[in-house]
Design a protein around this ligand. Sequence first.
Ligand SMILES: C=C(O[C@@H]1C=C(C(=O)O)C=C[C@H]1O)C(=O)O
Length: 174
Amino acid sequence: MPGMSLRSSSADTPPSTMGISTASPVRLSVTVMESVTAPPRGESRWLELLASYRRARFRLPTGAGCGCCQDGPMSEPTPPELAEIRRQIDAVDVELVDLLARRQRLVGQVVTFKRTHHLGVVDRHREDEMLVAIGETARERGLDPRVAQQVLRTIIDGFTLLEVEELGPDPEGQ
Ligand SMILES: C=C(O[C@@H]1C=C(C(=O)O)C=C[C@H]1O)C(=O)O
C-alpha cells in the first residue's frame, strides 16, 4: 500500500502524544503497511480514521479496509522487545479491569439510589460534562484526549446497559 504524504498543521491539532511529534511528518514502521508518512492530526481526521477502522474491524459493509489492520497474526516469532512491551500493556490492562470493577460497584450504588428514588437510567447532561472533563484531564496528563473521550464513551455505554438490565429502559426509550 502506498504511503500517504501529509502535513500536520491543522487548527485542531492536538498535543503530541505517544512521542510522535506533530511538527513534521514522521516515518512510521507498520507491519501491514510498507511504511507510511504520519497522517494529519486533529478531530475530523480522528473521526474519519475511527469510522474506517470500525468498518474494517467489524466488517461492516462498505469499502476497503482502514489501512491500519491486518487479518492474521504478525509474522512470527514475536521479537522479544515487542513481547516485553506487550507484557507491560497486558499488566496495564489488568489494572484497567480492576478500576472498571471498582466503577461497576459504584454504578451498583447508583442503581440502588435510582431504584429507590424512581429515577431514569440516562443522565445526558452528566455524561456531556464527564466527556468534556475527561478530555481536559487527559490533556493535562499526557493522554490523547480523543482516546480518553472515546474510551469513556464506551465505558458509559457499557455501564448504562448494566443499569438498564437492572432498572429497565427509560420511558423515552433512551
Ligand atoms: C452512573 C450513572 O448512570 C448513567 C451512567 C453514567 C456512567 O456510567 O458514568 C453516567 C450517567 C448516567 O447516564 C449516573 O447517573 O451517575
